[in-house]
Design a binder for this molecule. Structure first.
Ligand code: FEO
Length: 417
């Protein structure tokens, strides 16, 4: 579920708005001769899963394929936008199949409404998704046909092939490949949270950052499985990748090469430094360390956790060589915002090789022990933390200099530099 600035907007997307006036909907758009882009552009979405910031909104893409014998709809939209999808389907007299690539509600939410409009349609999904769709959306099991990895569905002159791609983003997810048009419908895989009227990627820089944010938050924790899934889809001849969020890729190598880089390349000569400072002591230490690292030619990305967009932090973590956490001691442990940042980093499992902790305390505490115990998923070497009692003095800056030198040495040894 997403949160948005204007709850009123929901009324404007329904069949009638708050004034009782019929809504105006985006029409279906043609991709190739008999393949159409449907769905909803969610310009106002600002938070996904009540967690992930969405600065550019998002889209929920659905795809209609009209074969010579059968018509199929791939995925739907969030429940609250079902009327938009149903309006786009107005001219479709008969729907033979509805394919659910992924059971999460942003794509599956309107399935019950589509099945109610087309009672003859069968719902096609992966074996694992069947129970999820029954549990989450109360869909009758009699409506569902499961397909195995590699199974095909004939639409007459077109053939859909199903490719199991687990963990992009849930364990049940799959892609569908339209052989004759060489289109891969990839659902969350390769997606980007952008609301845009462009059907295809036009601004690669903008989509690159949005896709990297998406990758960091959704795909990075499942690194090894994602690599296998890329190899699976690369076995197909791809002309277009059509994800269920964001614009389509007319040049699939753009996003595939980006994924390969994020997944397989060594970490960069970069330190990511999320921090909090309450009275300025920790900030003083952070500033010193940043300056020292930069003088050594190391890139630093700094995130004040009191104000930062955690999506930006997630992006930076994708290729960081070292993470340094800056925190004051609060109630004998790290600041709660830092706890949140450390928990997130542990969950995202970035490829950083080193970590350290710096900060100030008043009279004692277990900041280092608590933080160290929170990151079991990170395969990192802990570099000597620098904790200062009160305001940092010359000896503390010397210790930070030693830490900076140690980071440089480690980055050289690892080939980051
Ligand atoms: Fe876009 Fe995992 O749903």
């Amino acid at each position: 579920m997403r949160e948005r600035f204007l709850s009123l907007h929901r009324n404007n997307t329904g069949s009638v708005n708050y004034l009782g006036i019929p809504g105006v909907f985006m029409k279906a758009r043609k991709i190739t001769g008999k393949v159409f882009l449907l769905g909803f552009l969610d310009w106002d979405a600002r938070l996904f899963d009540s967690l992930i910031p969405l600065p550019d909104g998002t889209s929920y893409n659905a795809y209609l394929i009209e074969g010579s014998e059968k018509t199929v709809l791939i995925d739907t939209v969030e429940t609250e936008f079902k009327d938009v999808l149903l309006d786009q389907l107005k001219g479709v007299k008969k729907l033979d199949y509805l394919v659910s690539l992924h059971a999460e509600q942003d794509h599956a939410g309107a399935i019950p409404s589509v099945l109610a409009k087309y009672p003859e349609a069968k719902l096609i999904t992966s074996v694992k998704a069947k129970d999820m769709l029954i549990d989450l959306l109360l869909i009758s099991k009699d409506k569902i046909i499961t397909v195995d990895d590699g199974e095909t569905l004939s639409l007459g002159d077109k053939t859909l092939e199903f490719i199991y791609t687990p963990w992009v983003h849930w364990p049940e997810t799959m892609c569908a490949y339209l052989r004759e048009d060489k289109i891969l419908f990839s659902c969350d895989f390769f997606g980007s949270h952008i609301a845009t009227t462009d059907v295809y990627v036009t601004d690669e820089g903008r989509v690159y950052e949005a896709a990297k944010r998406y990758f960091a938050e959704i795909m990075m924790p499942f690194n090894k499985i994602i690599i296998k899934n890329i190899d699976k889809v690369l076995a197909k001849d791809l002309s277009i990748i059509a994800p269920s969020h964001g614009p389509l890729y007319p040049k699939p190598s753009f996003i595939i090469d980006a994924y390969k880089d994020w997944l397989g390349s060594p970490a960069h000569n970069k330190v990511v430094l999320p921090y909090i400072s309450m009275h300025g002591s920790t900030k003083k230490m952070v500033d010193y360390l940043v300056s020292s690292l930069v003088q050594k030619g190391i890139t630093v990305e700094l995130f004040n956790l009191a104000v930062t967009d955690i999506g930006k932090l997630a992006i930076a973590l994708v290729d960081a060589g070292t993470i340094v956490i800056g925190t004051p001691t609060v109630l004998s442990g790290p600041h709660p915002n830092v706890v949140y940042g450390a928990y997130l980093a542990n969950a995202l499992r970035p490829k950083a090789k080193f970590i350290s902790i710096i900060g100030s305390y008043g009279w004692g505490g277990k900041t280092v022990e608590i933080l160290a115990g929170m990151i079991p998923n990170l395969k990192v070497e802990v570099l000597t933390p620098v904790l200062t009692k009160g305001y940092p003095l010359e000896n503390d800056f010397k210790a930070l200099e030693v830490l900076s030198e140690e980071i440089e040495k480690k980055h050289i040894e690892q080939g980051f530099k």
